[in-house]
Design a protein around this ligand. Structure first.
Ligand SMILES: [Zn+2]
Length: 460
C-alpha cells in the first residue's frame, strides 16, 4: 500500500507519543498504536513490515509458543519484531509495528512474531497478511468474552488471508477447521500416550459429531475434552495426520522424538506437562517452517526452560503451599487444574477462591461456567477438605455437592481470608490455593494467613 500523508502524520505523532511515554517510564505498548490507528485506520497495512511474518493465535499457550519462537530465532541471529511485552489486540500490534520501524516507516527487523488475540482477528489479519498463522488450540474460554468455539472460529475464518500457510493442531478438530480454503497447511500433534482414555469424562467437548455427516465421532484415543484422534464411523472424515508428530515421550530421561516426513529426531523434553509439550511441538513445527535447520533447533531446545507463571509452590515447615492460577470463568482451565490436583501426591486441601471480582460492580453475572467445569474431579478421597471463599461461595458449594463431594469435606465462607479458619492442618500435607486473574491480592492474603497458621501450629 502507498504511504499517504495521513500515514506519515500517524507515524510521527505516534512515535513522539511513544518516545514521551518511554521518557516518563510509562508503558508504551498500547497507546501509540491506538493513536496511529485513530489517525490512519490503514496504518498496519501501509507501514513496512519484516519480510516474514508469523502470527500465533489460539485459546491456550499462544504466549509460551510465541516466546519460544522469538528466543529461538534470536539465538539464530535474526532480529525479531514482536509484541512480547505488549498487548495482542490491534492497538498492541500497531504499537509493535511502529516500534520496529524507522521514522520514515521502513522496517528495522527481519522476522515478525506476533501473538494475536482470536477476537481481534478481523482488525489485524487483513492488514498484517501473515505468511504463517499458527493456532495452538481452540477451547471454550470465558463465556462473557468469547461466547463459544463456533463464534471464535467464525471470527478467525472471516479474517485469515487465504494465502497464509497454516500450522494447526491435528489433535484438535476445532482448530483444524480453521482456513477451509487455505491451500497450504501443516499439522502438529502428539502420538497416543499411556494416560489417554477411550471415553473422556470431561463435561465439555465442543465437537462431538462429524462435521460432514453429523454422525457421532469415535476416537482412536482421547486425551482430554475434545483433544485426541477422531474418526467418523460413517464417512471418511478423520483427524489429519501430523506432519510434526511428538512420539516416544520418555518422561524419565526427558526426551521426545519428533517424527516428520524427512525423518525422526530426538529433542530434550522441556516440560512434563502435556499442555507445554504441545506448545513445544508447535514451536518446533513453526521454526522448521520458517527454515531453521533441525540440528540448530535441537541445540536451542537443549538450553530451553519453560517458566511456569501460573503455578508456584512453597514449603512451609512440613506442608506444601501451592498457588495455582485457575482462571475462573474458564471451564477448561479450571478443569485442567482440578485434574492436576486430583493426581497430585499426598493428602490435600483446596482453597477455592475463583470469584472474579473485588466488588459486585465489576463482576460477570454469568456463572454457567461452573456447570461446564469438572468439579467431579475434586471428588477424590485424597482431597480431604475443599474450603470455598468469596461472594459466590454458595454457588461453588452447591456445584461441589452436585459433583458428589461428601458434605463434611466442604466448608463455605463469604470472605476468602476467613475461610482459612476452617483449614484442618492435622488432615493435610499439601494446600492448594486456586485463584483468578482478578483476585491476586486476595490470594496473597489467603496464603499469608495459611503460612501464619502453619507456624502457629508448630509453636503449639
Ligand atoms: Zn461423517
Amino acid at each position: 500500500m502507498k504511504k499517504t500523508f495521513k500515514f506519515y502524520i500517524a507515524l510521527w505523532v505516534a512515535k513522539i507519543v511513544a518516545g514521551l511515554l518511554k521518557l516518563l517510564r510509562r508503558n508504551a505498548s498500547f497507546l501509540p498504536g491506538k493513536i496511529a490507528l485513530k489517525i490512519c485506520p490503514d496504518f498496519m497495512g501501509i507501514i513496512e513490515k519484516p519480510e516474514k511474518i508469523i502470527a500465533i493465535t489460539g485459546t491456550n499457550g499462544k504466549t509460551t509458543v510465541s516466546n519460544m519462537i522469538i528466543d529461538a530465532l534470536e539465538k539464530c541471529g535474526y532480529t525479531t519484531l514482536n509484541n512480547r511485552i505488549g498487548s495482542n489486540v490491534n492497538s498492541g500490534i500497531a504499537s509493535s509495528l511502529l516500534n520496529g520501524a524507522t521514522f520514515m516507516g521502513k522496517t528495522k527487523k527481519q522476522i515478525a512474531v506476533l501473538e494475536v488475540d482470536e477476537r481481534s482477528s478481523k482488525k489485524i489479519y487483513p492488514y498484517l497478511k501473515p505468511n504463517y498463522v499458527l493456532c495452538t488450540n481452540i477451547f471454550r474460554d470465558s463465556i462473557k468474552r468469547n461466547a463459544h468455539t463456533d463464534f471464535i472460529i467464525d471470527i478467525i475464518n472471516s479474517a485469515i488471508p487465504k494465502e497464509s500457510k497454516l500450522i494447526l493442531n491435528a489433535d484438535d478438530l476445532i482448530c483444524c477447521s480453521i482456513g477451509p480454503e487455505n491451500k497450504e497447511k501443516v499439522y502438529f500433534g502428539i502420538d497416543k500416550l499411556d494416560t489417554d482414555v477411550e471415553e473422556t469424562t470431561n463435561i465439555l467437548r465442543d465437537i462431538r459429531t462429524c462435521p460432514v455427516c453429523n454422525t457421532k465421532l469415535k476416537y482412536e484415543y482421547m486425551r482430554y475434552h475434545h483433544i485426541g484422534k477422531a474418526y467418523c464411523p460413517n464417512c471418511s472424515f478423520k483427524s489429519p495426520e501430523s506432519d510434526y508428530l511428538g512420539t516416544n515421550i520418555d518422561f524419565e530421561n526427558k526426551t521426545i522424538d519428533i517424527k516428520t516426513k524427512s525423518g525422526t529426531n530426538k529433542y530434550k523434553l522441556i516440560s512434563d506437562n502435556i499442555i507445554n509439550i504441545y506448545n513445544m511441538v508447535a514451536a518446533i513445527a513453526a521454526l522448521t517452517e520458517l527454515g531453521i535447520e533441525t540440528q540448530k533447533i535441537i541445540e536451542i531446545f537443549n538450553d530451553f526452560k519453560i517458566v511456569e507463571t501460573r503455578y508456584s509452590e512453597e514449603k512451609v515447615n512440613d506442608k506444601k503451599v501451592v498457588m495455582y492460577l485457575a482462571k475462573g470463568q474458564n471451564a477448561i482451565a479450571c478443569s485442567r487444574t482440578f485434574d492436576y490436583i486430583k493426581h497430585a501426591e499426598g493428602k490435600k486441601a483446596v482453597m477455592l477462591n475463583l470469584d472474579d471480582f473485588f466488588d459486585v460492580k465489576d463482576s460477570t453475572e454469568n456463572i454457567s461456567w461452573i456447570y461446564d467445569t469438572d468439579y467431579e474431579l475434586l471428588n477424590d478421597d485424597s482431597i480431604e477438605q475443599i474450603i470455598v471463599g468469596g461472594a459466590r461461595a454458595k454457588d461453588h458449594c452447591l456445584r461441589l455437592l452436585i459433583a458428589g463431594v461428601p458434605k463434611e469435606r466442604i466448608k463455605c465462607e463469604r470472605y476468602e481470608v476467613d475461610a482459612v479458619n476452617h483449614l484442618d492442618l492435622e488432615k493435610v500435607d499439601n494446600i492448594f490455593i486456586l485463584y483468578d486473574v482478578y483476585t491476586v491480592p486476595t490470594a496473597e492474603k489467603v496464603k499469608a494467613k495459611i503460612k501464619e497458621k502453619i507456624m502457629q501450629n508448630v509453636e503449639e
